[in-house]
Design a binder for this molecule. Structure first.
Ligand SMILES: [Zn+2]
Length: 438
């Protein structure tokens, strides 16, 4: 249902002006309040006690809850409970998020009220709202939920507490605890929702891998370089990869243990890397089979820095573009393909000239596509090892390159591997290749 339909329904149920209801709804939704919670909140504001539901909700096992359930009553063990602050109707509002489990399954929940939940509690949530997120059901515990703590704890198999390795973390995870070394850290000033504010950002690592992080309330233990134990962090997507978010509600403590962050980047087949759905700091190798349109000499919007075409920005219309260099090249190793995006510096390297040289070449030819043609001649058909951050969206996989170097491997061996992998349609050829390298 569209916002407009929700507003229409509410206005007629509550007997109030539709435009007023709609603008309230819009505000709530902009502050990430789920639409069901937003409509319930407006019903309460306008004095409708029905809560929008009909009849008492039925008791359900967690494993049986589907996104189609309106409201349910569940009993389960709180596996994790992490606080987070969101802005709601112009003021900060603290919510608690985590996972609830019984012996049939686990489910994510969001508590909009402070019920005092902590990991290990067994609770019964009466009249909990069910909403769908990414195809899966989630619980909303709000003002209309009656919550009680059960003295007799439920026996479950799931592990209480959010201990995880970096490799375990996925976008959307809440209330996680990790023990990490701080690999990179810088203090930055950003224009936050309350004006200028200082944050720490960088990269953390453990035995399983590395991930970027943001520390919204700079912790000295992180700035000093760790190693640290971080409790109650949440994971959000940043440029297509999971990012560890350390908030004012997270606990950061220095730890004694040495953390051995693997010095080597994870090397993967292209196909394997793409199947992860997004991975930070990965290395792949393959053939450049194509240099895509939008490569070489390009122009960017001075406002939003996106690539413009014929002087037109999608958002800002007619603009005076800034010249820049970049490459979008398709790399293939027989197991899959990925669009490698090269920044201006790497592009200058493989072009063999500077931005000024490129502008000069384009002026002489009276055609800026000659720059992409030169790059195409230089790299198509060659083997490259690329290190960077891989993200996958509806248009395919992109690898934002930090390093892009011609492979040292014997090109003949790799070429035959590439061919045999294509012919057999399996990864076998690549395994053989690793044996050749060893
Ligand atoms: Zn723009």
């Amino acid at each position: 249902m569209e916002l407009d339909d929700h507003a229409e329904d509410l206005a007629s149920d509550l007997g109030v002006d539709k435009e007023e209801v709609k603008s309230d709804l819009q505000n709530l939704v902009e502050y990430s309040v789920p639409i069901d919670e937003a409509t319930q909140s407006l019903r309460r504001k306008h004095g409708d006690g029905s809560g929008g539901g009909g009849g008492a909700p039925s008791s359900k096992n967690i494993g049986e809850i589907t996104p189609d359930d309106g409201n349910v009553t569940v009993t389960g063990v709180v596996l994790t409970a992490g606080k987070r602050s969101i802005r709601y109707q112009g003021s900060d509002h603290v919510i608690v998020e985590g996972e609830l489990a019984d012996d049939t399954g686990t489910i994510d929940y969001t508590a909009w009220e402070d019920f005092g939940l902590s990991a290990g509690d067994t609770i019964t949530a009466g009249n909990a709202g069910v909403r769908e997120w990414d195809g899966e059901p989630e619980l909303n515990l709000g003002e209309s939920t009656s919550l009680s703590f059960v003295d007799d704890p439920l026996e479950i198999d799931a592990t209480i507490g959010g201990n995880a390795t970096l490799a375990d973390l996925q976008t959307g995870d809440r209330a996680v605890s990790v023990e990490v070394a701080v690999v990179e850290c810088e203090r930055r000033t950003i224009d936050g929702r309350d004006g200028e504010t200082e944050i720490l950002s960088g990269v953390v690592g453990d035995e399983s891998g590395r991930l970027p992080f943001t520390n919204w309330d700079p912790a000295p233990e992180i700035e000093e370089g760790g190693p640290v134990r971080i409790e109650n962090a949440y994971v959000q997507e940043f440029r297509g990869v999971p990012e560890v978010n350390v908030s004012e509600f997270s606990t950061v403590t220095a730890i004694d243990r040495e953390i051995d962050v693997g010095a080597d980047t994870t090397s993967m087949d292209v196909g394997e890397a793409v199947r992860t759905g997004g991975i930070y700091d990965v290395e792949v190798a393959g053939n450049v089979i194509e240099v895509r349109d939008g490569s070489g000499l390009i122009q960017r919007c001075p406002e939003c820095y996106r690539v413009i075409q014929k002087g037109q920005c999608r958002t800002h219309g007619d603009v005076d573009g800034i010249d820049d260099l970049r490459v979008k090249a398709i790399l293939d190793d027989g197991t899959g393909s990925v669009t490698v995006v090269l920044d201006d510096e790497i592009t200058e390297d493989i072009y063999g000239g500077t931005l000024d040289d490129a502008l000069e070449q384009a002026r002489e030819a009276m055609d800026q596509s000659v720059v992409a043609d030169t790059i195409r001649d230089n790299i198509v058909g060659h083997e490259y090892t690329v290190r960077g951050h891989l993200s996958v969206d509806e248009y395919g996989a992109n690898l934002d390159a930090e390093q892009f170097g011609e492979s040292d491997d014997d090109p003949q061996a790799r070429a035959s591997t590439f061919l045999s992998a294509i012919e057999s349609g399996t990864d076998d050829g690549i395994v053989a290749d690793e044996e050749v390298d060893a």
